[in-house]
Write a protein that binds this ligand. Sequence first.
Ligand SMILES: [Mg+2]
Ligand SMILES: [Zn+2]
Length: 193
Amino acid sequence: MSQGPGAGGPVGRRAVFLDRDGVINEDSGFVTRPEDFVFRPGAIESLAEIQRLGYLLIVVTNQSGIGRRLYTDEDYARVTQHMLAQLASSGVRMDGVYHCPHSPDDGCSCRKPAPGLIQKAAQEHQIDLGRSWLVGDKQIDIAAADRAGIRKTLLIRSPYPVDPTGAKPLFVGDSLAAIMPPLRREVEAGDPA
Ligand SMILES: [Mg+2]
Ligand SMILES: [Zn+2]
């Protein structure tokens, strides 16, 4: 599937799509309460710099604990508000937060590796996926990016298994900070924001 504006069409905005658990905060299983939400070291600083470089910040997160009835929509909303408030106090403004509340059995089109969350965000924010990035800590994040037409991907090393025959990231690193060198190069090369 190809994405992005057609020839001669308006140039969309560029974004960094971010998985949440294991990228922004520590992945401690299901994060159900604000006090369980712990930012990964350096994550806020990286988000601030990504924003300064002119990229939209868009969270795309699977939250099947809602569909599994382990926590509620309201629990999830409280955690999200906490995350946004903490980020705002550091001058970081998320442009969008999208989540899939379904369980794997629901067969929805938004649970990663399905590309639904990314596609919805791209429509709502006029994002050019061909100029955008995605950062995740599971192979399903990279697969969702692939299926949405995002080629620039960073896989953060994690305990989750990687299938060598599955979707391959462009970069592998230890944290969100690993995106900064290629992002700075791209901006210095003059790709307009
Ligand atoms: Mg994750
Ligand atoms: Zn879903």
